[in-house]
Write a protein that binds this ligand. Structure first.
Ligand SMILES: Cc1cc2nc3c(=O)[nH]c(=O)nc-3n(C[C@H](O)[C@H](O)[C@H](O)COP(=O)(O)O)c2cc1C
Length: 335
């Protein structure tokens, strides 16, 4: 399949793996890129720019295909040294960066000077237009269904994607709620040039996370995510667990007076506990509603091949079938 996104990134299939804290290591990024998609290493999971340089080198050892690095500009207590991270990305020969969170405007000159293509993840049409205006090459349009930070507009992809298609000139991928061939075909129909998946890629053999995480994803339904941190305007969609129940209890008690210090135990340092130790009740970790569509743990290649093969049959058989079917006699009102 050829789209504006496969052309832009030089990849075979229009499938991107979004950056994921403590999941987007070289193993997963290389597996996605080797299977013809675009794998992405999560920059800030590497605690220093030196560690990121090593992770990028490790990924180059595992794949000759293009892969990218995610740089997340979220409100944090001490801002990470972004210019040094960008230097590590540039020196590692990376040509694709996924930015997320705040606008990457300040860093665009450095990224562009290094010949890097930037895909910015946005949760609204206005932020997507801003990304286009500051020179991003593409956007990842992230609906309210998504795992992670859906923003504050609560706009689901059924509306957000066609609205983005109406306004944007640069290509975009649909992000949030994408799991299979049905998602890909629907995203293409709504105007996207591909899909970005997060949660679905965690339940794969190569995702370097504890088995308990994959089992929890297979067991969970679409009803099992929760929205937290709304009062802080840092809304996050997470998988419900005992830590999240505690967090929500504190949120109910504090109401609009909530400050981050009230919930630090439930949100800080949770990812290594969950992803490495498999402690599923440690606290809040991102997970999309798409978890309801995850029923197995395939290899990344099996997953991507399945999406592409099934997408072709949906387009060629189911969709063209509607057009080719003989017209029915119109129903007449009984007289
Ligand atoms: C466990 C997890 C961690 C994530 N960490 C990040 C991150 O550090 N930076 C980022 O930009 N997005 C992060 N995301 C968001 C994903 O890149 C992607 O946009 C999102 O998962 C798409 O929605 P989906 O889960 O429905 O596929 C994370 C998502 C998950 C599930």
């Amino acid at each position: 399949m050829r789209t504006a996104i496969t052309d832009l990134f030089g990849i075979e299939h229009p499938i991107v793996q979004g950056g994921m804290h403590y999941v987007g290591f070289a193993e997963l990024a290389a597996a996605v890129s080797n299977a013809g998609g675009l794998g992405i290493i999560t920059g800030l999971t590497q605690r220093t720019p030196e560690n990121l340089a090593k992770e990028v080198a490790r990924c180059h050892d595992m794949t000759d295909k293009p892969f990218g690095v995610n740089l997340t500009f979220l409100p944090t207590f001490d801002a990470p040294p972004y210019p040094e991270y960008i230097a590590a990305i540039r020196e590692g020969g990376i040509k694709i960066v996924e930015t997320a969170g705040r606008s990457p405007e300040q860093y665009m000159p450095a990224l562009k000077a290094a010949g890097i293509k930037v895909i910015h993840k946005c949760t609204s049409v206005r932020h997507s237009l801003k990304a286009e205006q500051i020179g991003c090459d593409a956007v990842s349009v992230d609906g309210f269904e998504c795992g992670g930070h859906p923003g504050e507009d609560d706009m689901p992809n059924m509306i957000l994607l066609p609205r983005a298609a109406e306004e944007l000139k640069i290509p975009f991928v649909a992000s949030g709620g994408m799991a299979d061939a049905r998602s890909l075909v629907a995203a293409l129909a709504l105007g996207a040039s591909g899909i970005n998946m997060g949660t679905r890629f965690i339940a794969t053999k190569e995702a370097p996370v504890h088995d308990n995480v994959k089992k929890a994803l297979v067991a969970a339904s679409e009803l099992d995510t929760r929205i937290v941190m709304r009062a802080l305007r840092n809304t996050e969609r997470v998988l419900k667990n005992a830590g999240v129940e505690r967090l929500m209890e504190i949120e109910r008690e504090k109401g609009p007076k909530l400050v981050i210090a009230d919930i630090l135990d439930e949100v800080a340092g949770v990812y290594p506990k969950v992803m490495i130790n498999g402690d599923m009740d440690a606290g809040a970790w991102s997970c999309g509603m798409v978890v309801g569509l995850i029923n197995d743990v395939p290899t990344v290649k099996e997953l991507i091949d399945r999406i592409m093969t099934d997408a072709e049959s949906i387009i060629r058989q189911r969709l063209t079938g509607f057009l080719d079917a003989p017209q029915q006699e119109p129903l007449r009102a009984a007289s």
